[in-house]
Design a protein around this ligand. Structure first.
Ligand code: SF4
Ligand code: SF4
Ligand code: FES
Length: 234
């Protein structure tokens, strides 16, 4: 196989593509396996026989639970541990996500997502009240990995504006049904400014989400509660 990797040294502005030959161990290998296997080589050499630096990328859970390994795989955002080489042809191109500043190789700085959550101030000041109905919604929203794949395909998200995209809307959905009325008033204002006003409802984010979160259902519910004041009872 031919593995093309868009690379950039730390603190450099210049990117380049480096190509590696790779003999698959088996067809079930994930993209993350490939990256780890390349780095495990005693001496990493590119397709021209030139010595190459180890590839920088992020990983943690290796089982689609943490979002650390999000990157562009043949141009489409996804988790390196959630996609197998059998899904692709003989060439796989790996690039860092484009909506965030590149730190090194495939590592990007996604701190804008945390900053957006801080801006929204979505937290409890009092006891949360959870019912079975609310619990189901909160659980669904809590599955958000903060991977940023949805932001990559969102036409309205950019690091320069206040719209959080679904990476902010999902954590907001997580708590919006559990707030008391005073807290909800504050959060509703933030939700309106940082989510509702900026979202064009094109729903490009729905299909790309690697956690398959029911984004549309959660969005409809949060809009009803925070914007249209249809407070869920019981
Ligand atoms: S519905 Fe469209 S505008 Fe709204 S977050 Fe998803 S991709 Fe972005
Ligand atoms: S909504 Fe999905 S795609 Fe977006 S950050 Fe959460 S898990 Fe990732
Ligand atoms: S390493 Fe955690 S989602 Fe891929």
């Amino acid at each position: 196989m031919r593995i093309e990797i868009k690379r950039r040294k730390r603190n450099s502005e210049n990117s380049y593509v480096q190509v590696f030959e790779y003999e698959p161990v088996n067809k079930n290998e994930t993209i993350l396996n490939v990256l780890n296997n390349l780095n495990l080589r005693e001496q990493l050499k590119d397709i021209n026989g030139e010595t190459a630096e180890k590839i920088a990328f992020k990983q943690s859970c290796r089982q689609k639970k943490c979002g650390a390994c999000a990157m562009l795989i043949n141009g489409k955002p996804g988790l390196a541990c959630g996609n197998r080489i059998s899904q692709y042809g003989d060439t796989i191109r790996l690039e860092p996500l484009k909506k965030f500043p590149v730190v090194e190789d495939l590592i990007v700085d996604r701190s804008i997502m945390e900053e957006n959550l801080k801006q929204m101030k979505i937290y409890f000041e009092d006891k949360a009240t959870v019912t079975e109905k609310r619990n189901a919604l909160s659980y669904e929203a809590s599955r958000c990995l903060q991977c940023g794949c949805c932001l990559e395909v969102c036409p309205n998200f950019s690091a320069e504006n206040s719209f959080t995209g679904m990476a902010g809307a999902m954590p907001a959905s997580r708590i919006i049904n559990e707030l008391n009325k005073k807290e909800l008033k504050e959060v509703s204002k933030a939700y309106n400014r940082h989510v509702f006003e900026g979202c064009g409802k094109s729903l490009s984010c729905v299909d790309i989400c690697p956690a398959n979160i029911r984004i549309e259902d959660l969005l409809v519910n949060s809009n009803a509660v925070a914007i249209w004041k249809r407070y869920i009872k019981g």
